[in-house]
Design a protein around this ligand. Sequence first.
Ligand code: AMP
Length: 143
Amino acid sequence: MNVERLLGDKGREVFSVQPHRTLGEAVRTLSEKRIGAVVVLGTDGALVGILSERDIIRALGESGAAALETPVGEVMTARVVTCQSQTSIDALMETMTSGRFRHVPVVEGGLVIGIISIGDVVKHRVAAIEAESRAMRDYIAMA
Ligand code: AMP
């Protein structure tokens, strides 16, 4: 199983903000879309960062409610770890575990074509384990 197939199941919609937008605007996007992170895109559509709920909590902890006026570009993580369509889900899990983050944008040809969260990966793993156990039970029942 690779990222391409997982995107086929979960969809390719990517929510983004621009770096000059405020944290308050990003919070509204996260809340409305019920997601935990947004990619930050420049005017040319290139990936310039990622902003997750953890970054927002940190900014709020440091500056209080005034942080909501801060530009996203000042709070986001600029060194984004990405993957490609052909990346395996096992490799992606390893990347998320060792990097201690829960979101990885999928980049092809310089553009973000999807985003995979730890929730998507766990859902896929549970489905795979259930299918394996069903196949095993069917096999035993036929023996
Ligand atoms: P998360 O666990 O995804 O909520 O993110 C935890 C921290 O890692 C936050 O500071 C994020 O900005 C950062 N982060 C999230 N995803 C990535 C990624 N793919 N590459 C680099 N940093 C990331």
